[in-house]
Ligand binder design. Structure first.
Ligand SMILES: [Zn+2]
Length: 333
C-alpha cells in the first residue's frame, strides 16, 4: 500500500492555504495557515456524530467558516492541501477511516469526500499519530530531537512515534496503541473487551472511577481527573494516593516506550496532562522509583526525557497542518 496522498491533478502553485483538522469525538478543531505557517484562522466546533453525512456536513461548514475568517477581504484563496487527524484506523492510500467508534464510522472515505468538497489534496492520519508529528515539530523549536514518542492521556490513552524524524505508522497504521497493553491481569474492564489495559487504569474516566472509590469524603461531588489533580496539588492525601496509582501505570508506559524505541523524549499531552505540574510530578517520582531498582533504568529513564506539551500548543491541529503540507507537496515526504 502506498503512503502517497490522494492528489488532484491540475493544482497550481497559486494555491496558498493549508487546512488542518483535528476531528475528535466531541469537538473538531480547524486551523488555517499560509505558506509561511502563519495562522490565518482557528476555530473549534462540536463534532456531529449522528451519521456520516452529518459528520461530513459539519466538517465542511467548519472549514468554510474558517476560510471566510482567513480571507477577510472576501477574496477566496485556493487551498494547497488539507490534513486530518481522526480517531480511528486510517488508510492513507484510499483516504478511508475505519473503526472510528467515537465518530460512529465503520468504513468511510473521508479523504476523497473532503478533497471533492474543497478541490484540494487531502491526507489523513490517526489523531494520536498526527499529534505526535505536531509534538515533534514543536520540539524542534526548543530542544531538537530525532526520536520522540507522544503519549496522549485523555478519554483514552494512545501514543504516536516519530523515529529518525519520520512518523512511524507500523504495518497497519496502528503503531502506538499502547492504551491496550496489559497492566493488571485482573484490573478494570476496558472498552476493548479485555481487563486491566493501561487505558482502563489511567485514562480520564479511570481516574474519576478510582477517585470515587479512594476519595470517599468527596462522595456526592462530581470527580474528574482535573479535580483530582487539583486536590492532590493542594495536599489532599486521598487525591495524592489516586495520582500516585495512576502515575505508577503511566511511568511504566513511559518506560515501555523508551525501552522499546530508545526515544530521546516522551512528550505527554491530552486532556488529563493539562493538569500540568500536578500531573507531571508524581510521574517523575514514579520514574525515580524505577531508576532506584536497576542500573539500566537509571541510565535510560532520566527526568529530562519526559516533557509536557507546552500549555496552549495544540499538537493535534498542528500535526494536521504537517499532513496538509505532505498532501500539498508529496515529494517532500
Ligand atoms: Zn483495552
Amino acid at each position: 500500500m502506498s503512503d502517497q496522498p490522494l492528489s488532484i491533478p491540475g493544482k497550481t502553485d497559486s494555491a496558498t492555504l493549508l487546512v488542518g483538522l483535528d476531528i475528535g469525538g466531541t469537538k473538531t478543531a480547524v486551523l488555517i495557515v499560509d505558506q509561511q505557517l502563519q495562522p490565518r484562522a482557528h476555530l473549534i466546533m462540536p463534532t456531529e456524530t449522528a451519521d456520516p453525512d452529518r459528520l461530513l456536513g459539519g466538517i465542511v461548514r467548519a472549514v468554510s467558516l474558517a476560510l471566510e475568517q482567513a480571507a477577510p477581504a472576501r477574496r477566496a484563496e485556493p487551498i494547497a492541501g488539507i490534513g486530518v487527524g481522526v480517531p480511528g484506523q486510517v488508510y492513507p492510500a484510499t483516504g478511508e477511516v475505519r473503526q472510528a467508534v467515537n465518530l460512529n464510522l465503520v468504513t468511510y472515505p473521508l479523504g476523497p469526500a473532503l478533497s471533492a468538497a474543497f478541490n484540494a489534496p487531502c491526507l489523513l492520519e490517526n489523531d494520536a499519530r498526527a499529534a505526535a508529528m505536531g509534538a515533534y515539530q514543536q520540539a524542534q523549536q526548543s530542544a531538537p530531537v530525532r526520536h520522540l514518542a507522544y503519549l496522549t492521556i485523555g478519554t483514552g490513552i494512545a501514543a504516536g512515534l516519530v523515529l529518525d524524524g519520520r512518523l512511524y505508522r507500523g504495518a497497519h497504521g496502528m503503531a502506538g496503541e499502547i492504551g491496550h497493553i496489559l497492566m493488571e491481569p485482573d484490573g478494570a474492564r476496558c472498552n476493548c473487551g479485555a481487563r486491566g489495559c493501561l487505558e482502563a487504569l489511567a485514562a480520564g474516566p479511570a481516574i474519576a472511577r478510582l477517585a470515587a472509590q479512594m476519595m470517599p469524603q468527596q462522595r456526592g461531588q462530581p470527580l474528574t481527573a482535573a479535580t483530582v489533580y487539583q486536590a492532590a496539588a493542594h495536599g489532599d492525601p486521598a487525591a495524592q494516593r489516586v495520582t500516585q496509582r495512576v502515575s505508577h501505570y503511566l511511568s511504566r508506559a513511559i518506560q515501555w516506550l523508551i525501552m522499546s524505541y530508545d526515544v530521546e523524549r516522551v512528550v505527554l499531552g491530552g486532556g488529563v496532562a493539562r493538569a500540568g505540574d500536578a500531573f507531571l510530578q508524581p510521574i517523575l517520582q514514579a520514574l525515580a522509583g524505577l531508576r532506584a531498582q536497576s542500573a539500566l533504568a537509571e541510565a535510560m529513564l532520566p527526568d529530562e526525557k519526559v516533557a509536557l506539551l507546552p500549555p496552549g500548543y495544540d499538537a493535534g491541529v498542528w500535526g494536521a497542518i504537517w499532513l496538509a503540507r505532505q498532501a500539498a507537496h508529496p515529494a517532500n515526504q
